[in-house]
Write a protein that binds this ligand. Structure first.
Ligand code: UT7
Length: 330
């Protein structure tokens, strides 16, 4: 870790922002497309509605609105940024990175800008990377974004996936600080689980031009993912607290990835946290992949739930498999 004088450098969240597209898709809307019901979706996942980007509205657009709000909240200009890291699995283009497109729109030209693909853990990976840049003294102000248009890669004939996901973006501005800030971040992956959650096509593996959307779609064995997610998150929250020398009782708020209310409740039970201390947006956002944690964080900050000085535990789990956490003083 770098030092300024004799003081260790940490990173702290200076501001948060988020953005949701206007169009709301309810469970009843999906009942008209596939053999499902509001009762099934709500009881198995907690989801009641999700957002869908308008035609022509891209991940980069969502990221831009979320980033603008985060910069405003932090009192930081785009031109002051040293680094932009953006988590997404649904980039605007194959290249340039969506982070570069965003950099230009924010007037942050010249600073490092790159995307991270860690599926639903994308924002958490991006946050950990930016934290390391700041701790090492390589950057003083960083923008970290999680942004997705997951609805663009859904098969609206597959009821096991199309009811789960939505579009949205969240962002934070990190600044160098004398004290934490971010206390610890944990990053993990196990590519051996690829077959349980993946998108079967790509530039190098090839697209399937005879299939709808060229074969681009989310493939998930949901109940298997569910079991591994609960067990893995259980282990990771323990590991995170231990790394920080902290205990369950030290956590003021759990800000989890929003895939399924039952997974969130299991992690809350592990932490002995009542649900009043857990930020839940899955009912209104569905699973926005990389967007979910920063969206939930921004809602919690703007609603006044999360206060400066409180301890937050952020976590996510997704395709890869990847899983990641951050323990921080807000
Ligand atoms: O964010 C990335 C990580 N992803 C996750 O964390 C997702 C983890 N998994 C889950 O959240 C849950 O496994 C799901 C919500 C995806 C599924 O819930 P489940 O309780 O595990 O259900 P299941 O997959 O075991 O399916 C139970 C039944 C099946 O019917 P049968 O075989 O019992 O007759 C499915 O065909 O529910 C059926 N089903 C549906 N029924 C109505 C599956 N999708 C639907 C649907 N509407 N949309």
């Amino acid at each position: 870790m770098a030092r300024r004088g004799t003081v260790l450098i940490h990173s702290r969240i200076a501001g948060t922002g988020s953005y949701l597209p206007q169009k709301i898709v309810t469970n009843a809307d999906l009942e008209a497309l596939v053999d499902t019901s509001d009762e099934w979706i709500a009881s198995r996942t907690g989801i009641r509605e999700r957002r869908m980007a308008a035609e022509g509205e891209t991940t980069g657009d969502l990221a831009f609105h979320a980033a603008t709000r985060a910069l405003e909240a932090a009192g930081v200009k785009g031109s002051e940024l040293d680094l932009i890291v953006l988590g997404t699995t649904t980039p605007d283009l194959i290249f340039p990175a969506t982070a570069c497109l965003l950099q230009h729109r924010l007037g942050a030209n010249g600073c490092a800008a790159f995307d991270v693909n860690a599926a639903c853990s994308g924002f958490m990976y991006a946050l950990a990377v930016a934290d390391q840049f700041i701790r090492s003294g390589s950057a003083r102000k960083a923008l970290v974004v999680g942004a997705e248009t997951l609805t663009r890669m859904l098969d609206y004939g597959d009821r096991s996936t199309c009811v789960l996901f939505g579009d949205g973006a969240g962002a934070v501005v990190l600044e160098a600080s004398d004290g934490p800030g971010i206390i610890t971040t944990r990053l993990h992956a196990d590519g051996g689980y690829k077959h349980l959650l993946y998108n079967p096509v790509g530039v190098s593996a090839g697209f399937r031009l005879d299939e709808p959307n060229a074969g681009v779609r989310v493939m998930m064995t949901g109940n298997e993912v569910f079991k591994v997610a609960v067990k893995t998150l259980d282990r990771m929250v323990g590991e995170t607290l231990e790394a920080a020398g902290m205990h369950e009782a030290d956590v003021d708020w759990l800000i989890p990835h929003q895939a399924n209310l039952r997974i969130i409740e299991a992690t809350a039970r592990r932490l002995k946290l009542p649900m009043e201390r857990v930020i839940v947006t899955v009912d209104r956002h569905g699973n926005t992949s990389s967007g979910s944690v920063p969206l939930a964080l921004d809602e919690a900050v703007r609603s006044g739930k999360v206060q400066r000085g409180q301890t937050l535990l952020l976590e996510a789990f997704g395709g890869g498999f990847t899983w990641a956490s951050a323990l921080l003083k807000y």
